[in-house]
Ligand binder design. Structure first.
Ligand code: ZN
Length: 297
């Protein structure tokens, strides 16, 4: 095995943030050798960033009630030190977490691919400014102490800027506490959920959308009950069942032809372009929109 570089994790409690499930520590990657092959998970590679954060799971016994991270105050556990899992268990948690992040990253990016296809096919420009958000680069690392494996870490690109909870884990609605600029992003992310619901054939959507205005992190995947074992404990399977009656379509759903604005998918009153199974833009939608705006003026 060749050495690519060294990962330095600052484990001092005073430098860490303690959440309900994980602690988060500053971390630097010092590359000492050029990589012969790409390492660091899927693109963007976490090894291409110098400033990183290292996250490690806090052990929550099975009998303990899992804290709801959406509850006020749940994100800040005051104790500076919490118990960790055994190495084997830690590996399983880490694997599940990374799988969730990679799935979320792929599901989210696929929305942009399908939007672009629909726009190109109809030869139209999107009348709304498209928020461009990507999931943070992530990978895993195992620390070695005195020659023994000692702890599994999730390594993520450091995210700069204010952090926003766009859609809560147990919700399909934009976070109403957000200010207008961020609320608009949350509305777009609700549309992304609708797209995911369609192109996965009702199998899964991203929940717990959160991050800055550019970089997202800490995703959850909501799946059907039979697929729940593959993802982390934040997977709320009932959301998929509730989707047709709880998701409220917005201007994005309407423009891309997958829903009717201000109605749930179960309330739609006209047949959708593409039969509601794919995003299809209407070349005349711009005129329709302009008429609507003129009427408002
Ligand atoms: Zn919708």
């Amino acid at each position: 095995m060749s050495v690519l570089g060294f990962l330095e994790i600052d484990v001092r409690p005073s430098k860490a943030n303690y959440g309900a499930f994980k602690s988060c520590h500053p971390c630097f990657f010092r590359r000492t050798h050029p990589a012969l092959v790409s390492v660091g998970g899927i693109h963007p590679l976490v090894s291409s960033y110098v400033e990183l954060v290292a996250k490690r799971f806090i052990r929550i016994p099975d009998f303990e009630v899992v804290p709801d991270p959406n509850e006020e105050g749940a994100a800040a556990v005051p104790e500076p030190s919490r118990p960790r899992y055994e190495l084997r268990e830690e590996l399983v948690h880490c694997y599940t977490e990374l799988k969730t992040l990679y799935y979320a990253s792929a599901l989210h990016e696929q929305v942009y691919v399908l939007m672009r296809q629909a726009l190109t096919k109809a030869l139209v420009a999107c009348p709304f400014e498209i928020p461009v958000l990507t999931y943070a680069a992530a990978g895993a690392a195992m620390s070695i102490a005195h020659g023994n494996k000692d702890g599994v870490w999730i390594i993520e690109q450091k995210i700069e800027g204010h952090f926003y909870k766009y859609i809560n884990n147990n919700s399909l609605r934009p976070n109403s506490k957000l200010k207008a600029a961020y609320y608009r992003i949350a509305v777009f992310l609700c549309f992304c959920q609708h797209m995911q619901y369609i192109f996965t054939e009702k199998r899964c959507i991203i929940t717990d959308y959160q991050g800055t205005m550019k970089i997202l992190t800490d995703a959850q995947i909501s799946t059907r009950e039979e697929d729940a074992e593959h993802f982390s404990r934040g997977n709320i399977t009932s959301l998929l069942n509730e989707f047709p009656t709880t998701h409220i379509c917005n201007e994005w759903c309407d423009f891309f032809g997958i829903g009717e604005q201000n109605k749930t998918p179960a309330q739609i009153t006209y047949s959708l372009r593409g039969g509601g199974r794919e995003a299809v833009c209407d070349p005349d939608y711009g005129l329709y929109l302009q008429k609507k705006i003129d009427q408002l003026i």
